[in-house]
Structure formats: C-alpha cells, structure tokens
Design a protein around this ligand. Structure first.
Ligand SMILES: Cc1cc2nc3c(=O)[nH]c(=O)nc-3n(C[C@H](O)[C@H](O)[C@H](O)COP(=O)(O)OP(=O)(O)OC[C@H]3O[C@@H](n4cnc5c(N)ncnc54)[C@H](O)[C@@H]3O)c2cc1C
Length: 334
C-alpha cells in the first residue's frame, strides 16, 4: 500500500502538517481549491481602484499573528531572518463608537511586507520537492473508505489530514463510509462570519495608530492601518465587521459598507473620504472557541486547524497541523 498521505487544505495548518510528514520521510500530496495557497492568511492585490495603489497587496483575512509557543516562535524567527515577517507592534488602540479611548499594550503582533499569504508560500517553498507535491486549484470531493482503502480525489492514500475549517470539513466527510471521522466534528465550536473592508484614501487623514480594537458590537470590531502594518505607509485602512453585521449581509457584502464607513468616521474622524473601497466576505472567518486537543484522528483520517490546539489563532492552526503531521508520520504510516 502507498505510504503517501493526502493533506486537504493549503492554509498554514495544512502546510505545517505536510512539513511534519515530510520531516518524518513520508510522501505527501497537498490539495487546495484556491488559485493560490494561504487560506485565511489572505492577501488581495488592488486592481481598478483608480488610485496610485493599484498592484499593492492588502491583508484582507487575518490581521496579524502572535507567537507564544517555543515551536512556533522558532518558525517565526526563521520567517523574520528571511525577511518574510517583521515584528509590527505591541501597542494597539482601543475605541468605542464615540472615538479613540487610548493605547493598550499587548503581545508582539507580527505582520509582513508582502502580505500574510507570503508566510504560507514561504513555508511551502521550504518543503522538499521529492516528498511534497502541492496541487491547486482542486476542490476535493467527499473522501471515501473502501475496505482498508482511503480514497481522495480518486486515488488511494495511507492516511488523510483534513486541514480546513469545520464547516468546510463537513462536505468532505459527508460519505457514510467516513461517518466516524465526521463524528469528530460533533459538538464543535460555532464559526462566525466577518466582512473585511478595504478603504483607500488620498492620504493618511486620521490620527496615528497601528491597529485598533473597536467596542462596537453592532458594526466594527477591529481596524488596521494597512500602510503601517505593511511598512509602506500607504493610506489604506482595513476594517473588520462584527459577526452580527456580517450575518446580515452574506448575500451582498457591499451592503455592509455604508454602516462600516459611518462607524469608521465616528471612531477615527478622518478628514477625507475614501477614494475607493471594497468588502470581502468571510462566511466562516473563525471559530468562537477551540478544542484543547491538538488534532482529531480516527482510523487514519485526521482533522487539524485553528479550531484545535487551544486556538482560535494562526499559531494554533500551525501547532495543530504540525502535531497531526508528526503523529501520522510517527505512529500511523511508519
Ligand atoms: C477576517 C479574519 C481575521 C482574522 N484575524 C486573525 C488575527 O488577527 N490573528 C490570528 O492569529 N488569526 C486571525 N484569523 C484566523 C487565521 O486566519 C486562521 O487561524 C488561520 O489562517 C487558519 O489556517 P488554517 O490552515 O487552519 O485554515 P485556512 O487558512 O482556512 O485554510 C484552509 C484551506 O483549505 C482549503 N479548502 C477548503 N475546503 C477544500 C476542499 N474541499 N478542497 C480543497 N481545498 C479546500 C481552502 O481553500 C483553504 O486554503 C483571522 C481570520 C479572518 C478570516
């Protein structure tokens, strides 16, 4: 039987899983349905804005990440050495609907000069070509078992790592032959939607800040100065909506823009209007909580991602994928 393992999902958890499998000498095939890998570490290139910023990359998914566990700190140190990541700030501001309340010290937040997707692409680029094969865009159909065989996209694998958000794992595990793996998702956390609005201005016309938590459950939760985050000082803001606002606009994301722009104005009081804006929908942006187990596994089908390993955070997604990959290499496909 082939020792090859299928990893479904080319986000940070899937790439961490593939890396751990390859480190154990196991051949891996990673599938992602995106045109680029990276998942929710997503960067969008501005186009057709009519501003000087066409071609510029904006972080429209995760806003930043933190690193506490020594294993992930080591990965981040490597990313910093390769100039993929830079420490951004340990000071965010806090605001409510009436305006900015003040600064707040927290953990170091890491950001990237070329967009957070570059983290996943860099880590994927370090994987050995002779063991890891990354295929995309391929939307993987439901996984099946036939006797001892596990079938993914019409091929047999020794094991499968499903490294996608729970709501995206459900259709992959819809077949009755994998009901045991689907049951691992029972009683999982709820996932909340977020609208991510990018607004391009003529110049920086707001008070200096890096990131801002907004206590406005009705409309906004967070705003980033994307120019300071990326380090090029471009006059670009990225605002994340509340789950409540997002839930009301899932079929027409741009409909969330008027409320988000109005809230941005009352919080930041910019002296100009944006020259261009857009809204990206995240139907399953993040889980409300995460399981403490590092991953799920039943009969050679594993589950990993930011709803495991104590998340929900980018760091947990990496830790979860890494732990599942190491376990599969050590215990399952030896
Ligand atoms: C708006 C927003 C803000 C966030 N803010 C932060 C933050 O500030 N700090 C932080 O640490 N984290 C933040 N996060 C969370 C962070 O982005 C995630 O924790 C992390 O990216 C999860 O990685 P993952 O690999 O587990 O999942 P994903 O990145 O979702 O990767 C899953 C991949 O699976 C692929 N896929 C799914 N189904 C299939 C299929 N059937 N076939 C093939 N491929 C498939 C998808 O295309 C995707 O690329 C935020 C996320 C969002 C959306």
């Amino acid at each position: 039987m082939s020792r090859r393992v299928a990893v479904i999902g080319g986000g940070i958890s899937g790439i961490a899983c593939a890396g751990a499998l390859a480190a154990g000498g196991v051949p891996v095939r990673v599938f992602d349905r995106g045109h680029r890998i990276g998942g929710r570490l997503a960067a969008q290139t501005l186009r057709g804005t009519g501003t000087a910023y066409d071609g510029r990359v904006v972080d429209v998914g995760a806003a930043y990440f933190t690193a506490r566990d020594d294993r992930f700190v080591e990965v981040v140190d490597g990313l910093i050495e390769r100039a993929v990541v830079r420490p951004w700030t340990d000071t965010f501001h806090v605001a409510d609907t009436r305006g900015i309340i003040g600064p707040k010290l927290g953990p170091m937040r890491y950001a990237t000069p070329r967009g957070l997707r570059s983290v996943v692409e860099d880590l994927a680029g370090l994987l050995p070509d002779d063991l890891v094969d990354i295929r995309h865009p391929i939307d993987v159909p439901p996984i099946r078992r036939e006797g001892d065989r596990i079938i993914v996209a019409d091929e047999d694998y020794a094991a499968v790592a499903v490294c996608v958000p729970d709501p995206q794992a459900m259709p992959l595990l819809a077949d009755d032959s994998v009901a045991d793996a689907r049951a691992l998702l029972d009683d999982g956390p709820a996932w909340e939607p977020v609208m991510s609005m990018t607004a391009v201005y003529d110049d920086v016309c707001w008070p200096e800040f890096d990131g801002m938590f907004v206590n406005d459950e009705a409309v906004l939760t967070f705003v980033a100065d994307d120019g300071r985050r990326r380090g090029d000082d471009a006059p670009v803001l990225v605002a994340h909506s509340s789950a409540t606002l997002a839930a009301g606009h899932l079929t027409e994301p741009l409909g969330a823009a008027p409320a988000m722009l109005a809230s941005l104005s009352s919080v930041l009081r910019p002296t100009g209007d944006p020259s261009w804006f857009t809204v990206k929908r995240w139907t399953h942006a993040r889980p409300l909580s995460a399981r403490t187990d590092e991953f799920g596994l039943v009969e050679r089908i594993g589950l990993a991602g930011d709803a495991w390993a104590g998340g929900p955070r980018t760091e947990s997604a990496w830790l979860s994928g890494q732990a599942l990959g190491s376990h599969l290499a050590r215990e399952v496909v030896r």
